[in-house]
Design a protein around this ligand. Structure first.
Ligand SMILES: *Cc1c(COP(=O)(O)O)cnc(C)c1O
Length: 340
């Protein structure tokens, strides 16, 4: 392991590691996997990724477990999702076997950057695919680069697991009703930056977006899905403008395992009044509990957490998922791939 690394205080940010892995799609086929020590990409100044946003990505993590083994969480699901994203914006889908091989290889190559068990840190794995063909007219590329970089990241909750406030803002949508929200496209993030910065300036951790068609239902929390607990039921939005979060799917399964009912359906803004708990969920945080939700346009505050502390269901789900990721509890759903 790398010496002199303050694993517990690492930010969620980029840290240089030893290697990244790359594979090019050219002449109608994927080439050999290349191992690189370079932190840059050579590309044509007219590449479609640069001009027309042909860029998709993924985010998953590897954890050093209690038994010393390294586990990658739900890599098949991320592999499937990046293929769906590719099809969504006319890029070449990366075959599952290639995705898996490259993920395992990049983790092994950077093994010394996988944080020690007990630090609360993990190795973030960031696959991305970009369109490389030079075009000036709008047309999909026919050459692509699929690359995976990794970066050790610290525990998301440095000062302990605690609530943050979020806000509802109608001035901006991040995606369109039949647009790219269901795919992990870089452009969705570009579209969310103005609202996100505004929310941060006002002291909120995220924007809770409404459905872009009617602005009646809850969609998701910027780069994370949203779920709430209403009278013991796990509720989460059904929408074709949100990204199907692997974390949300996992938490739903764990909620069912705990005997809870799970409902994936439209959730109106008013329904927040009847929720006892809520959280934003995604790979970075697992679940980030929500204290208050302020509707900036109506001035109404939805007080989710009455005592200011994370609720019992969100806390239990968070702990359970982390325990599976760190090999402390049995992986009954076969979510982890052990890096041999
Ligand atoms: C990546 C992402 C999420 C979280 O997905 P996970 O698979 O749980 O990490 C949620 N919403 C958006 C918009 C995302 O891009």
């Amino acid at each position: 392991m790398v010496e002199n690394f303050d694993w517990s205080n690492l930010p969620f940010g980029y840290q240089k590691t030893d290697y990244n892995v790359r594979c090019y799609f050219r002449d109608g086929k994927w080439g050999e996997i290349e191992v690189s020590t370079s932190e840059t990409v050579e590309m044509h100044i007219a590449a479609t990724a640069l001009h027309y946003g042909q860029e998709i990505f993924e985010g998953l993590k590897a954890f050093r477990g209690k038994d010393g083994k390294i586990r990658v969480f739900r890599l098949e699901d991320n592999a499937r999702r990046i293929r769906q994203s590719a099809e969504g914006i006319k890029m070449e889908p990366v075959p599952y076997e290639l995705f898996k091989k490259m993920v395992l290889e990049v983790v092994k190559l950077n093994e010394r950057f996988v944080p020690p068990y007990g630090s609360g840190a993990s190795l973030y794995i960031r696959p991305l695919e970009i369109g490389m063909t030079a075009r000036v007219g709008v047309k999909p590329a026919d050459e692509f680069l699929f690359l995976i970089l990794v970066s050790p990241v610290g525990p998301y909750f440095k000062g302990g697991f605690k609530n943050t406030d979020i806000c509802i803002m109608r001035e901006y949508d991040r995606v369109a009703p039949r647009g790219t929200g269901r795919w992990k496209v870089g452009g969705n993030y570009a579209a969310s930056m103005a609202a996100g910065e505004r929310a941060h300036e006002l002291g909120y951790s995220a924007v809770l977006y409404l459905d872009p068609r009617e602005k009646k239902y809850l969609d998701e929390c910027g780069p994370a899905n949203f779920f709430a607990v209403k009278n013991g039921v796990y509720i989460t939005p059904a929408s074709d403008s949100i990204l199907p979060s692997v974390t949300n799917d996992s938490l739903q399964q764990l909620a069912r395992d705990m005997g809870m009912t799970v409902e994936q359906r439209h959730i109106t803004i008013d329904e927040l009044e009847q929720c006892q708990e809520a959280a934003a969920c995604g790979t970075a945080a697992v679940a980030s509990p929500i204290g208050n939700i302020d509707d900036l346009d109506t001035g109404k505050r939805y007080v989710i957490s009455k005592d200011g502390k994370p609720g019992p269901v969100v806390t239990a789900l968070y702990n359970k998922l982390r325990a599976i990721q760190y090999g402390e509890e049995e992986d009954t759903h076969n979510w982890c791939t052990i890096v041999e």
